[in-house]
Design a protein around this ligand. Sequence first.
Ligand code: ADP
Length: 602
Amino acid sequence: MKLKDTWIYTKKFYQMVQKDHPRILIYVIIGGILKGFIPYISLYYSSRILDFLLRSDIEAAKTQIMILLLATFLLSCIEKACYQGMVVIADASDYTVWKQTAHKAYIMEYEEFEKTETMDKIRRAKNGSNGSGGIASQIDSSYTLVGNFSSIVCSLIFTIQLLIQSSYSSNFLFYTLLLFIAFILFMAIENIMQNRLAKIEVTMQHDNEHMNSLSNYIISSALNVQNGKDIRLYRMKELINHWYFVFNKKINRVFKKYANTAGKYYGIIAFFMQLFTAFVYIYVGLSVLEGNISIGDVLLYTGSITRMSTTFNEAISGYNQLAYRFEYLGNFEEFINSKNMHYDGTLPIEKRDDYQYEFEFKNVSFKYPDTEDYVLKNINLKLKVNQRLAIVGQNGAGKTTLIKLLCRLYEPSAGEILLNGINIEKYDYKEYTDIFSVVFQDFKLFPLPLDENIAGSSDVDENKCLEVLERVSMKEKVLSWPNRQHTRLYKDLGDGVNISGGEAQKIAIARALYKDAPFVIMDEPTAALDPLAEAEIYENLNQLVDNKTAIFISHRMSSCKFCDEIIVFENGEIIQKGTHESLLEEDGLYQQLWNAQAQYYV
Ligand code: ADP
């Protein structure tokens, strides 16, 4: 990254952090300057103290010691306070970035969100790559860099002072020139080496990015309690170890290559640094012999010149790290500023008490991003107001995909979906999603209090919560829990109750009932329930959708009988449509599926 770009990013970065933490710049600038400056106080006064001691002027030496101790103590206190202030803000900024990333992930189109490249972007935006540390490290590095600059300025002041003093003797000009050439040469070599190092380091970090996230995923999966049963019973420990080993072998291979080359470059830098230090000692030693400077000055000047070369070293590598991490800030910016939706409409959803919401699929076809085959093919379908529609068909036929399109999680590849005659894209997205209560097959409950799970908020209407729990026959059970409906689910975030698959499903249905939206969609909502519980739930659902429009997807054909219309899906196409009675009479898939299950209904 070019210097100009790095500067632009630094400005943007600090503007972003300053919004929430206005003091950050004060901490970084004052703390950074002091960090670079304090060691020179020590160098300066030590050299003075030595000179006074050599002249047996004990009183003056004592005064210098007092000044040194006091100044170092005071300035170090201020520096440490700035540093701690900076650290607190740095950690909080990580959280700000994470919060913004999570918010963006929530408002962006699901279709985009699900893509591997978006997931990679989110990971980069959040963490940076492993080892590069993210936003907190970025602030920490810029603090160190300010310290480096302040240190270089101090050492330049002393070096110029030394050169001026040494040039009083004319024969010393030659040595000064030599030292100057040695310094320029050393800096040039170091700059070349550091740039090469930065390039191979960036390449190494890029190459390992994806593998790092895979290996992190494997570790977190192995430590996830919910995976524990399968891992134990299917003896998957070895398999997980195997994959961890495979990913890490690739990471290590890239790292080893980097380490070998980096080792050589660091070796060369160290060699030249020692050589330069030797030059400095000879120069300063000769200067003492010439009588240009005092013995105490040896401490000061050798200290400050060698410190200058090491600080240069640190500053170049610090700058490269900083510039590299800004690439990640670039990713964060790109992610945050990317479009939320391909098309986000502005039309409000008409709030209707009569629930007059009518949907129509017009020649809708769909294939998932990055796949070839169409999952839905030319679907034409009308969902009339108050209608109860059942969708049946074998696994993988495209039933859930149809629902995902209806809920605007994906956009049709061809054709359009209309709500009351208007393309659903034209509606405001949030208002649009408000009209659906959906229970997906792979619904998710969170390790939070049960009532908050049901309300989807910490603002819970407790009566309504208990009422929906009663409708799914969970009220009694919940009231027996230690904190009744306020009891936390699962144990991920501390004490909570573990629930069965069937109970989880009932709670998911209760959540949909609580939302009380005009359009109800149940995708295999009772797969984990026993037949009695299922029958009870369906009876309740029937009452619930009284004046609403509803879609039921179920593999149990008997539970669809009460629906006004049944459509049969096969390979992404609607192959049959009708009522239960009419479809039973047709010689087709519905009849086959019904007959296959009929023996269990007796
Ligand atoms: P059903 O609900 O009828 O069982 P789905 O609609 O879930 O079927 O899936 C239809 C097809 O789409 C399946 O072949 C499935 O593999 C594929 N599919 C589902 N989700 C995705 C996805 N996110 N990306 C790619 N293909 C998918």
